[in-house]
Design a protein around this ligand. Structure first.
Ligand SMILES: Cc1cc2nc3c(=O)[nH]c(=O)nc-3n(C[C@H](O)[C@H](O)[C@H](O)COP(=O)(O)O)c2cc1C
Length: 202
């Protein structure tokens, strides 16, 4: 573990020139990426779209059952200009990230995804994870389903922001949970639900 200082992300750009309809029409799962880094603006926009706070009451870009917000987003950074390789946790309330684990874990993530190549090639992989207990308090045994549904909302947001910026991603559901937890340095009560490698489209 390497708990670092909180790093402020650039503010999200809310004036994108692409329409939502265009992003929906062009969204595809993208599995090959240009050999180029992303920058902090890309990371900021993707994180904000996936789980950013959009209301003083704490509501976010994606809906959440009873606003319990069981999801966490961690980025496994390989090549992002201005960031050393490692895992960084998104802090939605302040639009910051904090390093939780050192080192470029892209090859290991690819191995954990049963040798799917995308996490090894993409400059960054988003890990969307869920903490069922946050939702269980109010919704009991429906907590797991609700958390999975929410991961779908967050993932689609990530797809659409990526598409609107000329980036590509793919939702990966096939991976070894325990391996991902260990590689990214997730706490014990957190279940990884999706890996989303992101890179520039070829
Ligand atoms: C729950 C779920 C799990 C998925 N897991 C993988 C995966 O492990 N690897 C992969 O390459 N694509 C995965 N995909 C992406 C699908 O293959 C893709 O969405 C589908 O082929 C339709 O293509 P499109 O997304 O370009 O419309 C997954 C999609 C979903 C919704």
């Amino acid at each position: 573990m390497a708990d670092g200082e909180a790093i402020m992300l650039p503010p999200p750009d809310l004036t994108g020139s692409n329409t939502l309809e265009k992003a929906l029409a062009e969204r595809r799962s993208v599995r090959t990426y240009a050999d180029e880094p992303l920058d902090m603006n890309d990371l900021s926009q993707l994180l904000w779209g996936t789980q950013g706070v959009t209301d003083p009451r704490g509501f976010r870009t994606a809906p959440s059952a009873g606003a319990q917000y069981p999801l966490e987003v961690t980025v496994a950074v390989g090549r992002v200009e201005g960031l050393s390789p490692g895992s960084y946790r998104y802090i939605p309330a302040t639009h910051q990230i904090r390093k939780i684990h050192d080192g470029d874990q892209r090859e290991r993530l690819s191995a954990a995804a049963f040798s799917q190549q995308m996490p090894a090639d993409a400059p960054v992989t988003f890990v969307i994870s869920g903490i069922y207990e946050r939702t269980r308090t109010r919704y009991g045994e429906r907590a797991e389903q609700y958390t999975w549904m929410e991961a779908g909302h967050a993932s689609q947001n990530c797809y659409l922001i990526a598409t609107a910026r000329g980036l590509g991603t793919v939702a990966i559901g096939a991976f070894d949970d325990k391996a991902v937890v260990e590689i990214i340095g997730l706490p014990d009560d957190e279940i990884p639900l999706y890996l989303m490698p992101v890179g520039k489209r070829l």
